[in-house]
Design a protein around this ligand. Structure first.
Ligand code: TEU
Length: 546
């Protein structure tokens, strides 16, 4: 084993994201649960995972699959009990895996005790926990819209007031201006820290400091003040990984979020590279081809700008995004090759990689016959809204096939048994029929599988310090097919080189790396100066000693 410099543990970690509803059911009710997760911890250890981020499992009416929390300090019975959660933390620890909780702090459920109180009267102590504006029925305070469709304001007749909600009507926004709200939140976080959790993912954290009168949602003026206070009062008292979800992040504010002094978070999820395959200024449903050169430049910018000044999170998939192999790869003709290529390009970069459940199998998007099979509130609302606006059913379904969040939410494909081994009951959302070919049982047996490739990548990161430390330099910047870059550290230099297309691609620089060591490659045989469809490799050489 080589010596690694002393770094925070999470710089050297690979994180796995679990969408609990769809991961593993143990009870036969068709919904994934905590005991199901416990039963799969060995699988995650085998994959080389250091931490698991689990989407919310708190008590929730499930209007937005748990992102609408009605009690932060209890587990929804559908997932298990607090005792199950404690068992999960302990069982994971035995395998050196830390559990990352999802914190949804921008809003609660409208069934949260605080909101039920808040609605009772303007002088109720909880009233000011939320964001209210006086008004007249039918005349909204302003024209702000909610992310899941419709106005961002909801009328409460008893109070003759509107409350503000950036997401669904059942997700009223919390008022972070109120110090009592902040204190309640910090105490809740400390309570979870006491239970031994390893970190937190903070949902839409750039939206907490909203100022609706000025129509400000993300990056409000007091945002970093709130984050620094929260970090001081909570995270800094432990040795945690913290990652903020920030659709409004840019490289400048990301240096604040992920300042190496630890004053805010370990890192943020930024989405600049994830909103490029849509028509500029429009919605994600307005599809456009990926501008490949721009995407490379974007990724390169994040790599170089945060080198030494912050820290990147690396991801292509999550529970809100379509499956990357269907999105940027070719899930028909080159599913395995392109899934591995995307993994190599991502995992070769500097930052902490996140693998979303099933990504390590090359799981694909799903095409349900019609809207009745879909479950996601965003998808269902979009469908209604666009039909009302006059779009054809075919047009809307095409957008849904490409971008619906349910693409990522079909059950994890464990085996070729009924329901992919996910449940013995009726799954809450249908299984992708391709589970017969794409499943974990099959892939764990096959040394050439997408799973085996991911496992190798997670282990390489531990073996070669250049993965964690190396400087990033983009090569062949204008090339329309090749994604190539080097990573350079004190003693090692590594080349990541990938053909992003289904056509052969010329890549002369391979010739200059002839004597280097092949670390990972998605084709048999040597790599040549003509890369085959979706061919990708990572090669390493040690710098000459002087
Ligand atoms: O997502 C933030 C968010 O802005 C998304 O709703 C995003 O706009 C959308 O998925 C793009 O299609 C977070 C959670 O990850 C998501 O699951 C929740 O629905 C949302 O917050 C509300 O809590």
């Amino acid at each position: 084993m080589k010596e690694m410099k002393k770094q925070p543990w999470w710089k050297n970690a690979v994180v796995y994201q679990i969408y609990p509803k769809s991961f593993q059911d143990s009870g036969g009710d068709g919904i994934g649960d905590i005991q199901g997760i416990i039963s799969r911890l060995d699988y995650l250890a085998d994959l080389g995972i250091d931490a698991v981020w689990i989407s919310p499992m708190y008590c929730s009416p499930q209007d937005d699959n748990g992102y609408d929390i009605s009690d932060y300090q209890d587990i929804d019975p559908m997932f298990g009990t607090l005792a199950d959660m404690e068992e999960l933390i302990a069982e994971a620890k035995k395998r050196n895996i830390r559990i990352i909780m999802d914190l949804v702090l921008n809003h609660t459920s409208d069934e949260h005790r605080w909101f039920l109180e808040a609605k009772k009267g303007k002088d109720n102590p909880y009233h000011d926990y939320y964001v209210w504006r006086d008004g007249v029925a039918g005349e909204f305070p302003n024209d702000m819209k909610a992310t899941f469709g419709g106005p961002a304001w909801e009328w409460v007749p008893e109070l003759k007031q509107y409350y503000f909600h950036q997401f669904s009507v059942k997700q009223p926004d919390l008022n972070w201006e109120n110090p009592r709200v902040r204190r309640e939140i910090y105490d809740m976080i400390l309570w979870w820290m006491d239970k031994g959790v390893g970190g937190f993912r903070l949902d839409v954290i750039d939206q907490i400091a909203k100022e609706p009168d000025k129509k400000i949602t993300n990056n409000g003026p007091r945002l970093h003040e709130f984050l620094q206070e929260m970090s001081r009062e909570t995270f800094q008292k432990g040795d945690l990984i913290t990652v903020g979800e920030a659709w409004g992040a840019n490289t400048e504010n990301a240096k604040l979020y992920s300042d190496p002094d630890g004053s805010e978070f370990s890192m943020v999820f930024q989405f600049e590279h994830m909103v490029m395959d849509q028509q500029p200024g429009k919605e994600k449903w307005d599809l456009a081809p990926l501008p490949f050169v721009k995407m490379k430049q974007c990724m390169a910018k994040w790599q170089t700008e945060l080198h030494g000044t912050g820290w990147n999170s690396l991801f292509l998939d999550n529970h809100d995004l379509p499956r990357i192999v269907s999105r940027w790869g070719d899930d028909k003709n080159y599913r395995k090759e392109s899934a591995k290529m995307l993994a190599a390009v991502l995992h070769g970069m500097q930052g902490t990689p996140y693998i979303y459940q099933g990504e390590e199998l090359g799981m694909t998007n799903v095409k349900f016959a019609d809207i009745t099979h879909y479950k996601d509130i965003e998808t269902l609302n979009l469908y209604q809204e666009r039909l009302e606006k006059g779009y054809s059913r075919e047009e809307v379904m095409e957008s849904i096939y490409a971008k619906s969040r349910d693409n990522a939410r079909t059950p994890m494909q464990w085996s070729k048994e009924a329901n992919a081994g996910f449940t013995t009951g009726k799954p809450w959302i249908e299984v992708n029929p391709n589970y017969v070919e794409i499943n974990a049982e099959e892939e764990r047996r096959d040394p050439d599988s997408v799973f085996a490739f991911y496992r190798r990548l997670t282990h390489l990161r531990k073996e070669y310090p250049v993965f964690v430390e190396g400087r990033f330099d983009l090569l062949m910047e204008e090339d329309e097919q090749i994604f190539a870059y080097t990573r350079t550290s004190e003693n090692e230099e590594m080349l990541v080189c990938a053909n992003f297309t289904g056509e052969p691609a010329e890549c002369g620089l391979i010739g200059t790396w002839k004597d280097a060591q092949m670390l990972i490659h998605n084709y048999d045989g040597d790599v040549s100066e003509t890369l085959r469809p979706y061919e990708a490799c990572i090669i390493l050489r040690r710098k000459k000693e002087n």
